[in-house]
Design a protein around this ligand. Structure first.
Ligand code: TYD
Length: 129
């Protein structure tokens, strides 16, 4: 379930430069958003998407993502700006344990559409079974 994508980077004593182009994200990027100033103890996510695929990157700090395919759960720590977590359709995700200063950058294959969300876990489980 866990799919990590290595993000090419140009290392430099002046600081590293990570580049997302040429299919690093295996979809057209229709939307970019980021979570920042997340208070400690906050919980984000808690939904699945029907069509939208997302790539999550901890561009600063760290946080944990719980992936749930309706049968098994997997906890993934993101703390490396050179790694993206690809979340396919129909995967329930929850984000928690944000460090101070953490920023979660998200590349999305679709524009925002509330109808693409499954926000109720019971509904999600019944759709998966
Ligand atoms: P929500 O899905 O709860 O955020 P997260 O999954 O990161 O915890 O979204 C919070 C609010 O922001 C909700 O009202 C929907 C809105 N929203 C947009 O308007 N556009 C977007 O691209 C996203 C991701 C959310």
């Amino acid at each position: 379930m866990k799919k990590i994508i290595e993000i090419p980077r140009i290392t430099d004593p002046r600081g590293n430069l990570a580049v997302i182009e040429n299919g690093v994200f295996p979809h057209d990027i229709k939307r970019v958003y980021y979570l920042h100033d997340v208070p400690s103890g906050a919980y984000r996510g808690g939904h699945a998407h029907k069509e939208c695929v997302e790539l999550l990157i901890a561009v600063s700090g760290s946080f944990e993502v719980i992936l749930d395919n309706g049968t098994t759960k997997e906890r993934v720590m993101l703390n490396n700006p050179s790694e993206g977590l690809l979340i396919d359709v129909n995967i329930w995700r929850e984000l928690e344990n944000f460090s101070s200063g953490a920023v979660c950058l998200v590349l999305a294959s679709h524009e925002y559409d509330e109808d693409d969300y499954i926000r109720n876990h019971e509904t999600y489980k019944s759709l998966k079974s």
